[in-house]
Design a protein around this ligand. Structure first.
Ligand code: GLC
Length: 564
């Protein structure tokens, strides 16, 4: 098979097709859980500084860090009360600069989390806004005067009581799509937008390289607040997200901040259609540069597991839609979902290592910028939290209250929460087998997973066949081979029930990726035209191949070059 044989249309490369943020390998750090140096039980910037050599050893080239700004921490920092200050828990601005310089020296770019769909209710803007109806900050937020009656129903992602909160002081309701402590900013107000660009410029001047726009699809609102049909909230993103005006604001942001500082921005969310996603990130639109969708998250919430066919379909359809223009992030986990190995792999002792390696092989061999969540390079797993009293996450508690109010079967609910909750992904990083996994000398803010005795950096560093060392190998492979970054993706034998097989092709080079997603041996018979050459990656010592038939061990992952 010749490169391009499977694709009759030539690839039209978009304007400025090559970009560092496409070639990068991103690593996400949840700062309160990474490394504590003060003994207060929360990770801090000095902790990241201590681990800079570790980050470099991974080979990653970008770090996205979750919010660390001034905040009352109702939603672990996604409720910002001071956008240009560091929360003392993490250190000082000097520590931030030292961390940033340390990353930059090692060739690692920094992506800042920008949380501007909403602020904290303790932000001075909101304090002003709620103080009187004629305050100059009043229209920084959305208010509904109570004399006009109850506001039209709006649902909240976190609050079972809905998205309008009554505020006695001015006899009015304010809008909050997330918790009531996270009032939504009024993006229709040009002054608000200018304030936000000023904040982004502040950080750009400090030297950050990119932005992750939190919950951004919801920023623009129809401020007449029309009644929406009953049940509309079942299609949340469609009704609450992606108003056409959003694109004007993004273009404005591009001109004001992104272009002059030569940065990039990634959107959390990608609307509800490919068109929405393209409208956000196509190169000729000058809005955002990368998007990430939620489809892979949405197929993996059931206790019964997910279907490989759906998994393949999600990634294949998104790749096809972005073949010629636009760019996506590839991720399987982050701070908002449970651990990847619990959802897509297998935590049984016999399968944990190969399944985590196989999933990391997938992430690092797809088209799109790969995002690895801290700890996934070790195969860190979910934690068992069967009782609601153990939960601190505003979203888990909100979901619990909602389920209770709706009379759900609470035993079943707790089972699901235990499996799906975002707290699973927020446990401290497992550095070694000592008390608290080497994360803190104090009392960790979240309990460290007991399995840190076996799953930790020190142990895996020593083992050339560990998940960690496989991850390093994959990162290097991706960075050394543009075919893994830019090469076209083509799925093979889509219906195979255990193996996910695809090729990546760039110019005359073509590689084959074979991933066994099951805990059984699985065989694939390749087309006669496929001639395998050098083996680039294999997470087992063996490879059973004869006459075009390849049998993969449980969760075996291989990548090999093909001979034309
Ligand atoms: C985004 C963040 C999530 C946060 C929410 C509200 O979805 O990823 O962690 O709770 O926005 O800011």
């Amino acid at each position: 098979m010749k490169p391009n044989d499977r694709n009759d249309t030539p690839v039209i490369l978009e304007k400025d097709a090559k970009a560092w943020w496409k070639e990068g390998v991103l690593y996400q750090i949840y700062p309160q859980s990474f490394k504590d140096t003060t003994g207060d039980g929360f990770g801090d910037f000095q902790g990241v500084i201590q681990k800079l050599d570790y980050l470099e050893s991974l080979g990653i080239t970008m770090v996205w860090m979750n919010p660390f700004f001034g905040s009352p921490l109702v939603d672990n920092g996604y409720d910002v009360s001071n956008y240009t200050a560091i929360h003392p828990r993490y250190g000082t601005m000097e520590d931030f600069q030292e961390m940033l310089d340390g990353l930059h020296c090692r060739g690692i770019k920094f992506v800042l989390d920008v949380v501007v769909n909403h602020s904290s209710n303790e932000h001075p803007w909101f304090q002003q806004s709620r103080s009187s109806r004629d305050n100059p900050y009043r229209d920084y937020y959305h208010w509904w005067p109570a004399e006009n009656g109850t506001p039209p129903f709006r649902d909240s992602i976190f609050d079972p009581e809905g998205a309008w909160q009554f505020d006695q002081q001015t006899n009015a309701y304010y809008l909050h799509y997330f918790a009531k402590e996270q009032p939504d900013l009024n993006w229709e107000n040009p002054k608000v937008r200018q304030e936000i660009y000023a904040i982004m410029k502040f950080w750009a001047e400090k030297g950050v390289d990119g932005f992750r726009m939190d919950a951004f699809q919801y920023a623009s609102k129809d401020t007449t607040f029309p009644e929406w049909p009953k049940g509309h909230e079942k299609e949340y993103d469609k009704w609450y997200g992606m108003r056409p005006q959003l694109h004007d604001y993004l273009k404005e942001m591009y001109t004001e901040v992104i272009e002059p500082y030569d940065l990039f921005a990634v959107a959390e969310g990608a609307g509800t259609s490919f068109k929405d996603a393209h409208d956000l990130v196509d190169a000729d639109r000058n809005e955002l540069q990368v998007a990430y969708h939620f489809d892979c998250r949405d197929i993996s919430k059931d206790l019964e597991g997910y279907q490989l066919s759906e998994f393949k379909a999600v990634f294949t359809k998104w790749d096809a839609a972005f073949k010629n223009n636009g760019w996506l992030a590839i991720y399987l986990s982050n701070h908002d979902v449970a651990r990847l190995i619990d959802r897509y792999g297998n935590t049984d002792a016999a399968f944990r290592t190969p399944s985590a390696q196989m999933l990391n092989t997938f992430l690092l061999s797809m088209r799109g910028t790969p995002y690895t969540y801290y700890g996934d390079e070790l195969g860190m797993t979910n934690i068992d939290m069967p009782k609601i009293e153990e939960y601190v996450d505003v979203s888990a508690i909100g979901d619990y209250n909602r389920a209770k109010a709706e009379g759900e079967d609470m035993d079943q609910f707790m089972k699901k929460l235990n499996f799906n909750s975002r707290e699973n992904a927020r446990t401290p990083m497992q550095w070694d087998s000592t008390k608290n996994g080497g994360f803190t000398e104090g009392k960790p803010w979240r309990k460290v997973n007991d399995n840190h005795q076996t799953i930790n950096v020190v142990a895996q560093n020593k083992d050339p066949k560990s998940i960690l060392n496989h991850f390093r190998k994959m990162v290097k492979l991706r960075k050394d081979n543009p075919v893994l970054v830019y090469g076209q993706y083509q799925i093979l034998q889509e219906r195979h029930s255990e193996i996910y097989a695809y090729t990546r092709t760039l110019d005359q080079q073509q590689v084959l990726v074979l991933l066994n997603f099951s805990k059984k041996q699985a065989t694939i018979t390749l087309e006669e035209t496929i001639k395998t050459g050098t083996l680039w990656i294999n997470n087992y010592d063996r490879l059973d191949a004869k006459e075009g038939q390849i049998t993969l061990q449980p969760y075996q992952a291989i990548i090999c070059e093909l001979i034309n």
